[in-house]
Design a protein around this ligand. Structure first.
Ligand code: ADP
Ligand code: F6P
Length: 325
């Protein structure tokens, strides 16, 4: 059974995601509402190790809910995989009185949180990543904003692609997962969508599809390519050579991680941040907050890390059947 928590720490770790500020704000304000002291830890686990820890007030998170990025900043900290480093981090938490810690990040960050829990820090994970690639949850902070940013950009690329009668390959983020690509594929009505979970590396099929579209009067051909497949620039060169149609590659990159969060990211991140504090106040530890079947829920972190969800076949089928043929 976890000890009573009087001081709660909060950090963001791994890649930033729009909505992380809403989650930080919720942790800070919910902690204060419950009579707890709350400490902000800068630059993820790296900042924790460096003792970059300050007490936060309700005012510190004013005017942050609509801002992109993370006000606490974030980092990757490879040395956190070493046991002695985690032990040192737990000592630093103790020195600052931190008995409970909310870790906002992805799977990797949750692994760090479980290691810290082994050394007596009560930890709760909140899923923050634009990639949506966390098995235990149907929602992760930042995905909605990232997809909306990407579809706006792709609509613009389509305009110029049509004017020049070009084929465009647009590479979107997602690490090894194709969720962003699939949503853009449906939302932008792309002619082809390449997902790491399903790609068969048959470029001839794409070439045939482009030529067929051109014969039917299609003035552009948008291919959404997931980062997990990558190589968009060389793919564009090969497709241009095979079709004789000018083909350009655009890698959307980090713009997908920035910007003001959507209403969904602000609201869900707020609920998840407050939920994490409630769990700590109930004496829970080593849990991760998730969204499942229309409800906010929590799982044991170890169990959560074992869960996988894969890509929805229904979404893939709709995407394919509504493609131009
Ligand atoms: P994400 O949290 O988005 O999945 P990473 O995989 O880069 O991002 O992980 C973020 C950080 O979490 C790492 O830089 C490291 O500090 C910590 N981390 C990742 N894996 C582990 C692990 N197995 N043990 C301890 N800490 C880890
Ligand atoms: O996890 C979010 C993400 O943006 C992935 O889509 C991408 O593969 C990765 O982070 C890029 O990470 P970095 O910021 O280290 O370049």
């Amino acid at each position: 059974m976890a000890t009573e928590v009087n001081t709660i720490g909060v950090l963001t770790s791994g890649g930033d995601a729009p909505g992380m500020n809403a989650a930080i704000r919720a942790v800070v304000r919910q902690s204060i509402n419950k009579g707890k002291k709350v400490m902000g830890i800068r630059r993820g686990y790296a900042g924790l190790l460096a003792g970059e820890i300050i007490e936060m007030t309700s005012h510190d998170v004013s005017d942050t809910i609509g801002k992109g990025g993370t006000l606490l900043q974030t980092a990757r900290c490879p040395e956190f995989k070493k046991e002695e480093v985690v032990r040192e981090a737990a000592k630093i938490c103790a020195k600052h009185g931190i008995e409970g810690l909310v870790v906002i990040g992805g799977d990797g960050s949750f692994r760090g949180a479980t290691e810290l829990a082994k050394h007596g820090v009560n930890t709760i994970g909140v899923p923050g990543t634009i990639d949506l690639d966390i098995g235990c949850t149907e929602y992760t902070i930042g995905f909605d904003t990232a997809v909306n940013t990407a579809i706006e950009a792709i609509d613009k690329i389509r305009d110029t692609s049509t004017s020049h009668e070009r084929c465009s390959i647009v590479e979107v983020m997602g690490r090894g997962a194709g969720y962003i690509a699939l949503w853009c594929g449906i939302a932008n009505g792309a002619e082809d969508v390449l997902l790491p979970e399903a790609y068969d590396y048959d470029e001839q099929k794409i070439v045939d599809h482009i030529i067929e579209g051109r014969k039917k009067g299609k003035q552009h051909h948008i291919i959404i390519n997931a980062e997990g497949i990558g190589h968009s620039t060389s793919m564009a060169k090969r497709i241009e050579a095979a079709t004789g149609i000018e083909t350009r590659a655009t890698i959307l990159g980090y713009m997908q991680r920035g910007g003001s969060p959507t209403a969904k990211d602000r609201v869900y991140a707020s609920i998840m941040g407050a939920y994490a504090v409630d769990l700590l106040c109930e004496g829970k530890s080593n849990r991760v907050v998730g969204y499942h079947n229309g409800e906010f829920v929590d799982f044991d972190i170890i169990e959560a890390l074992k869960m996988s969800k894969g890509i929805s076949q229904q979404y893939v089928d709709v995407c394919l059947s509504l493609n131009f043929r």
